[in-house]
Design a protein around this ligand. Structure first.
Ligand SMILES: Cc1ncc(COP(=O)(O)O)c(C=O)c1O
Length: 414
């Protein structure tokens, strides 16, 4: 039968969700499931009361109409204040578009920038949503690498060599460079010196620089975060962020993009992003008022963020310690976000690939993780390190049991 679906719809997938139906089925049939597959802090860290109150107040005041498409003024002003406060950036109202999560911003960006056959630069392992979003608009991704042997940093010399080797036509078609900093899935915070080189490279190849900084306040273990908005002066760029992670409010679905520059490219992009916002009329209005209070009430946020990040740090470090004791795993210590991305020793194990590993882990041990290939890195897996230590310990023990069960016969002695 001829398909009714569009050709590009075949790229629409989300590896974070691929076992959700199965794990729910198993749970409903009495199996204990430990779900470490989705980065949803609000399950373990309730959204702060002052935000909930603001949401309720907006509902009580019947703010249930369409809002301005680009976002309510109160929220836009709070976002402007935030970037001034944290990064010393002066933004204008026209530089900010509020979206239904960063997820919607990614759709706007790709739909607005990508013609069939255009390219965009990503770094492996990438955040899993980046690629389907680009592919479905006909992009041909070009990949740089995070270097696992170098704490998942980016070797910009290698990147330059790779880019120089690209055919001229491909170089010309590079539309944007996409980064997640801090990174999902590795938890890496990039050094300022690396970011500065990436800014130069984006500039040299006329790529719009896009920095997804949704975890910019979740930084620990002594790392120092630098926002692209602070250093990409004079180079067209978009910074993405939102409420999901820094405010532990994933379900409010509030994201935003800021475009601080005012060159002709930035002006075009800003105008087009606004058109996309108009096209979908509005996002959730009461949630925007809650977000205005969430971001604008710095005192309350300061009270929340300290304890929140310190708990995340303990949980990540705890899980890291256990994982790094496994003889089958190699693990880099994260210093941002709340993910850990170990590599399993494929030479010692009999898994066909990481999809089989993830599948077996769910079916036999009841632990749901995400396969590394969903982030562009075979032979790895990602765990979300938000659950309390006792849960993480149980899950990691089960991971080790599975690894031991699937070791190659020659390793039986040890
Ligand atoms: C790097 C990154 N960007 C965007 C998102 C999605 O954000 P939102 O909830 O704002 O759509 C996530 C969620 O895990 C993420 O890790």
């Amino acid at each position: 039968m001829e398909s009714i679906l569009s050709y590009n719809s075949k790229y629409v997938e989300n590896p974070l969700r691929e076992f959700d139906r199965r794990s729910l089925y198993l749970k409903e049939h009495g199996k204990e499931i430990i779900k470490l597959s989705i980065g949803d802090p609000a399950i373990y860290f309730p959204t702060a009361d002052y935000i909930i109150k603001a949401y309720s107040a907006a509902l009580k005041e019947h703010k249930t109409y369409y809002s301005r498409s680009e976002g309510v003024k109160e929220l836009i002003n709070a976002i402007i204040k935030r970037y001034k406060h944290y990064y010393g950036i002066g933004l204008h109202e026209e530089d900010v578009i509020v979206t239904s999560g960063v997820s919607e911003a990614l759709l706007f960006i790709n739909s607005g920038l990508i013609n069939k056959g255009d390219s965009a630069l990503f770094f492996k392992p990438y955040y899993s949503q980046f690629i389907p979003n680009a592919l479905m608009f006909g992009a041909v991704p070009v990949y740089g690498e995070y270097d696992e042997k170098n704490n998942w940093g980016i070797d910009t010399d290698k990147l330059e060599v790779m880019l120089k080797k690209l055919p001229i036509l491909r170089k010309k078609k590079l539309k944007y460079m996409m980064l997640a900093n801090p990174s999902n899935p590795t938890g890496t915070v990039l050094k300022e010196s690396t970011l500065r080189k990436l800014v130069d490279i984006a500039n040299e190849y006329s790529m719009l620089l896009i920095s997804d900084e949704i975890y910019d306040e979740i930084v620990y273990n002594g790392a120092k975060f630098t926002s692209m908005s602070r250093i990409a002066k004079g180079v067209p760029h978009i910074v993405l962020s939102g409420l999901s992670k820094n405010f532990s409010a994933t379900g409010l679905r509030i994201g935003f993009m800021i475009m601080p520059e005012d060159d002709p490219v930035s002006q075009q992009v800003k105008k087009k992003m606004r058109d996309y916002a108009y096209l979908r009329l509005s996002i959730n209005t009461p949630a925007q008022y809650a977000a205005a209070e969430a971001i604008g009430n710095q005192n309350e946020h300061d009270k929340f963020i300290k304890g929140y990040v310190s708990k995340i740090q303990s949980r990540v470090n705890f899980a890291y310690k256990l994982l790094s004791q496994s003889k089958y795993l190699e693990t880099v210590k994260p210093n941002g976000a709340f993910y850990i991305f170990p590599k399993y020793n494929a030479g010692k194990l009999i898994f066909k690939n990481d999809a089989e590993f993830a599948h077996k882990l769910l079916e036999t041990q009841g632990v749901q993780i995400t396969r590394g290939s969903g982030f562009g890195k075979q032979g790895h897996f990602r765990i979300v390190s938000l659950a309390p230590e006792s849960v993480l310990e149980k899950a990691i023990t089960k991971i080790d049991i599975l690894l031991d069960r699937y070791k190659k016969k020659t390793d039986n002695k040890d």
